[in-house]
Ligand binder design. Structure first.
Ligand code: NAD
Length: 421
């Protein structure tokens, strides 16, 4: 992989930029450039043909100065340790920016769930938890779902962990089914949080959301609910959507219910009738008001940043914009709201789930959404205020740089108070 696309190098570069801007203490900077703990495990699973297969997995605790580690688990064929390290760093900044009492962590297993039976996936999920059980816990490190992991998988994982420790421990993992200590509103919380950011960003840009043209890359948990909320609650028009096979485009707007049906029946949104097909690359360059990358990292790079036509980029995926592209978008005055603000709704409601599990007292969906709205809107306002502070003192900084300065400062202060440097 080219160095400029290595997600961990990117996360370090972003930290370095913030460190320079805020004149971060050298010792704190050194600690924050590397994860605190990296665990690599190999998990044997009995496959349907009776043979055993070995799966490699990771769990990285990036920093726990502000609280237990927090971060999802990905099941992905191209998973790498560097990706998990980068994601764990971003989780650290995300929890800090939201000002919730968690550090950052992330996990992953190299596997292709599309080629596995439910029994094989369950066996792998349980085996992975056995392998990392000493390194997780409600007060140690709390996993959650991410790409290609589901509430059902979280349910199996909680069950396996409790079998090992010998008592109930609902707070060990979040994103569980509601029947098993999950929170109301968790399932669409990432997209809901993103839409609160969109509302605030639109106000800032004086953009009318009603009828605004939105293009979304990815039709998974994040992208699908973003589509639903953007159209049903905000009155926007989703003109393009894609999944890993490719996408569809209709300038008049796509129909959410019809698209869902097509995805369910045929496996891909590409089979939606009455719209033209568009590749994942071309989708990014479509004429629209808001572009929402909601799939994977490194989608907007120095190669295509010049051709982005959207007035606003809302990073619902983790790491979809490279640092080189960041600069280009900023120079072109395209408002790019950073991933660790936009998709923080997932971890904020995960935090609510953890609180509810620890207290054994559960909230309504309305309660969850209104608390989420307050936290994410506060973070948005913190970022805008930090940009203004720097404007007064020197060069205008990007929303991502402002978010980094806020998040890194809070973690550095917690480490200082603990006497780590
Ligand atoms: P998901 O597995 O539910 O969906 C992923 C989607 O991306 C699918 O539609 C898939 O077809 C598509 N996709 C996969 N490879 C692609 C490619 N090469 N090009 C285009 N599309 C591709 O995952 P998700 O939970 O929706 O996560 C998507 C992004 O959002 C990830 O970056 C994830 O880290 C981030 N995120 C998700 C949550 C959450 O709560 N789900 C929270 C924070 C961040």
């Amino acid at each position: 992989m080219a160095e400029e696309l290595d997600p961990f190098k990117i996360s370090q570069k972003q930290l370095d930029t913030a460190a320079e801007l805020m004149k971060l203490d050298k010792a704190a900077h050194q600690i924050l450039r590397e994860p605190q703990r990296t665990v690599v495990v190999n998990v044997p699973v009995k496959m349907r043909d009776g043979r055993s297969r070995l799966f490699t997995g990771f769990r990285v605790l990036y920093n726990d100065a502000r609280g237990p580690g927090k971060g999802g688990i990905r099941f992905h064929p191209q998973e790498t340790l560097d990706t998990v390290k980068a994601l764990s760093a971003w989780m650290t900044w995300k929890c800090s920016l939201a000002n919730i009492p968690f550090g950052g962590a992330k996990g992953g297993v190299i596997c292709d769930t599309k080629k596995m039976t439910p029994a094989e996936i369950e066996s792998l999920s349980r085996g992975y938890i056995r392998a990392i059980s000493k390194f997780i816990g409600p007060k140690i490190d709390v996993p959650a779902p991410d790409v290609y992991t589901t509430p059902q998988i979280m349910g199996w994982m909680r069950d396996e962990y409790e079998t090992i420790v010998g008592h109930e421990s609902p707070g060990v993992i979040t994103g569980k089914p509601v029947e098993l200590g999950g929170s109301e509103g968790r399932f669409d919380s990432t997209a809901m949080g993103g839409m609160y950011v969109l509302r605030e960003a639109a106000k800032l840009q004086k953009m009318k959301l009603k009828g605004a043209k939105v293009a979304i890359q990815g039709f998974g948990n994040a992208g699908k609910f973003a589509f639903e909320i953007a159209t049903k609650l905000a009155g926007a028009k989703v003109v393009a959507i894609s999944d890993s096979q490719g996408g569809v485009y209709d300038p008049k707007g796509l129909d959410y219910e019809k698209l869902n049906e097509v995805k369910e029946k045929t496996g891909s949104v590409q089979n939606y009738k009455g719209a033209s097909r568009v590749s994942n690359d071309d989708l990014l360059e479509l004429d629209c008001d808001v572009l929402i990358p909601a799939a994977i990292e490194n989608q907007i790079t120095k190669e295509n940043a010049d051709r982005i036509k959207a007035g606003m980029v809302l990073e619902l995926a983790n790491g979809p914009v490279t640092p080189e592209a960041d600069k280009i978008l900023f120079e072109r005055k395209i408002l790019d709201m950073p991933d660790f603000l936009v998709n923080s709704g997932g971890v904020i409601v995960s935090y609510f789930e953890w609180v509810q599990d620890m207290e054994g007292f559960y909230w309504t969906e309305d309660d969850v959404y209104s608390k989420l709205d307050k936290i994410i809107t506060r973070s948005f306002n913190d970022i805008i205020a930090m940009q203004q502070t720097y404007r007064k003192g020197g060069r205008m900084i990007t929303p991502r740089e402002a978010a980094y300065v806020i998040a890194v400062d809070r973690v550095a202060k917690a480490m200082k108070a603990r006497g780590w440097y």
